[in-house]
Write a protein that binds this ligand. Structure first.
Ligand SMILES: Nc1ncnc2c1ncn2[C@@H]1O[C@H](COP(=O)(O)OP(=O)(O)OP(=O)(O)O)[C@@H](O)[C@H]1O
Ligand SMILES: [Mg+2]
Length: 365
């Protein structure tokens, strides 16, 4: 097993900066998820670990070894791609064995590893089939199996679930988690899907436009996002953002006004802020120590136990979204007083987007 360490790593394609001054330490045995919108530099970062992309600047280490100039085949990594990349003319067994044969691993050892890998992934009965005789989910399991049998120091996975339908995605997600629990191999997993990131990651690194925004355990990113970007990216449905202004002791704007919680310290009058609050933290009915938000229900989406409300708030463009118990039976057109518990309120500086009074409660973990 091994650590992976980026120290001031840059990747430029001509004048374009794809990855900017990346510092990131991935611990031994960790499941690190790189997440962010399309084009933010996730695949490029992963390909630099794999050695498929040269580093423009900085140092990249696997374990204690600087790998900047080490060939991909000598890095002791195995990569799983979105496209599976199986050999079409080879059976499942041969697809899984091929890399080991090239490395001249003894035949008996290959057989043992393939049998073990196939067992872990439920591929035992499919070993003699060709890829075209498999479903998409089965193919993806073969691609995972091929990586597992190599027993690498680091697994690299680039959106391995995105070609699967929703149900298979959930199943395969659990499979990958199980394999990680069993093998404990350091894994770097790329996705643009924040749900995958939240459910799979030991820690999550959120990137935007080539820059690392925040890295931490899922709950820390959810509870203590460092800036508006992370706050809006992590969590589903997304956090609501409303423009407000401080008058020294209250913040007000868009149909709401509430005392500034003491944890934010003193905020000078006239300061322009963004208030952030998650849909699931809004509630109806009586709640103590909560700010009231006057709103009008626009669309009500019934989800069974809960309802997702799109509401309009005077002075705010766009919807505010709330998730409340469906027992309130809200109807379109209803005028509501949504309650926001003040301990769930986030405030951001409007100019910089940085969270106010930010501290990573579990940053040391
Ligand atoms: N070989 C290349 N030459 C020029 N630009 C490139 C090259 N490879 C990637 N880029 C650019 O670098 C940026 C980051 O690309 P990257 O593939 O890392 O994004 P990503 O985060 O993986 O996105 P996605 O979620 O769409 O896969 C993009 O703007 C992309 O166009
Ligand atoms: Mg990509």
């Amino acid at each position: 097993m091994a650590t992976v360490t980026f120290e001031g790593v840059w990747k430029r394609f001509g004048d374009f900066v794809a990855v900017k001054d990346l510092d990131l330490g991935i611990q031994d045995g960790e499941f690190m998820v790189l997440v962010g919108p399309s084009g933010c530099g996730k695949t490029t970062s992963l390909r630099m670990i794999a050695g498929l992309e040269e580093i423009s600047d900085g140092t990249l280490k696997i374990g204690d070894r600087v790998v900047n100039d080490i060939a991909p085949k000598d890095r002791d990594i195995a990569m799983v791609f979105q496209s599976y990349a199986l050999y079409p003319h080879m059976s499942v067994r041969d697809n899984m064995s091929f890399g080991l044969k090239l490395k001249k691993v003894p035949k008996a050892d290959i057989e043992k590893r393939v049998a073990e890998g196939a067992g872990m992934l439920g591929l035992e009965t499919l070993l003699d089939r060709k890829p075209r005789e498999l479903s998409g989910g089965q193919r993806q399991r073969v691609a995972l199996g091929r990586a597992i049998v190599r027993e690498p120091a680091v697994f690299l996975m680039d959106e391995p679930l995105s070609n699967l339908d929703a149900k298979l995605r959930v199943e395969t997600r659990a499979n990958i988690a199980r394999i990680h629990q069993r093998l404990g191999t350091t894994t770097v997993y790329v996705t643009h899907d924040q749900v995958e990131a939240m459910t799979m990651g030991t820690r999550i690194a959120v990137m935007d436009k080539g820059e690392l925004q925040q890295v931490g355990p899922p709950q820390e990113l959810y509870d203590h996002p460092k800036n508006i970007f992370v706050a809006g990216f992590i969590g589903s449905p997304s956090m609501n953002f409303v423009q407000v202004k401080s008058d020294g002791s209250n913040v007000a704007g868009a149909g709401m006004r509430f005392p500034i919680p003491t944890r934010f310290g003193r905020l000078e009058g006239g300061r322009e802020l963004v208030a952030g609050f998650r849909p699931e933290h809004l509630d109806l009915g009586d709640t103590s120590d909560a700010a009231g938000i006057r709103a009008k229900a626009d669309v009500v989406e019934y989800l069974g136990d809960e309802e997702l409300l799109h509401v309009t708030v005077e002075g705010h463009e766009g919807d505010v979204v709330a998730v409340v118990s469906s027992e309130f039976r809200v109807k379109p057109g209803d005028v509501l007083e949504l309650k926001l518990p003040l301990e769930k309120l986030h405030l951001f500086d409007r100019a910089s987007g940085d969270a106010l009074a930010w501290s990573a409660a579990t940053a040391a973990a």
